[in-house]
Design a protein around this ligand. Structure first.
Ligand code: HEM
Length: 170
């Protein structure tokens, strides 16, 4: 990381080449981790819908409790923090370009949905699995569809960087 000293309009700091690459690697690793967790969630949820074996269903929901929520929250937060550092420390800025602003919104939306909507459902199903109750994953089919779809959309935004600036320059 280096500090710029040229004039009042200059950014107070910016990421140097190596630091930027390191943060970008962390950013991409966190995206990969979150996508992997989403795929695992899909396999567990849809796998449990497609089986009549109660033992397999119970194992799926207890496994889901392990992979969903906290690992997802951690990878989402890592993505958010590294993304904000890349944005503020690089040429794109946090609220200068639509593609960055939309990714910020999507990340906050996904993190909130994970904690507020997914967590109670996953915990309730795991409790039911431990108690030997009836298990139906129908309420959980949307998270493994919505989450990876939004993430892949964010990857597309990152690569194509569409829509230009939020405000006119200057
Ligand atoms: C929502 C989930 C996100 C995904 C899937 C994602 C994905 C990516 C990918 C694939 C790249 C590499 C693009 C390339 O090098 O061509 C990238 C770069 C970048 N991301 Fe994200 N990102 C996400 C969230 C965020 C957030 C929340 C921010 C900041 C608010 C952010 C800011 C950036 C910036 C500024 C770059 C460009 C880095 C550079 O080359 O200097 N990202 N992102």
């Amino acid at each position: 990381m280096s500090t710029t000293t040229a004039g009042p309009a200059a950014r107070p700091w910016r990421l140097g080449g190596r630091a930027r690459k390191l943060v970008l690697v962390l950013h991409l690793a966190s995206v990969g981790a979150r996508l992997g967790l989403d795929v695992t969630m899909g396999v567990l949820v849809f796998g449990s819908l497609l089986t009549d074996d109660p033992e397999r269903k119970a194992i799926s929901f207890q496994a889901l409790e392990l992979v969903a929520v906290w690992p997802m929250t951690a990878s989402g937060l890592t993505c958010l923090v590294t993304g904000v550092i890349l944005a503020l420390g690089g040429k794109y800025g946090l609220l200068k370009y639509w593609w960055v602003a939309v990714k910020l919104f999507l990340n906050l939306l996904l993190s909130t949905l994970t904690l507020v909507a997914l967590r109670p459902g996953v915990e309730a199903m795991a409790d039911q699995a431990r108690a030997g109750g009836d298990l139906n994953a129908a309420d959980l089919i949307f998270p493994p569809i919505v989450s990876p779809t939004l993430l892949v959309f964010a990857v597309v935004l990152s690569v194509f960087k569409p829509w230009g600036r939020l405000r006119k320059k200057g």
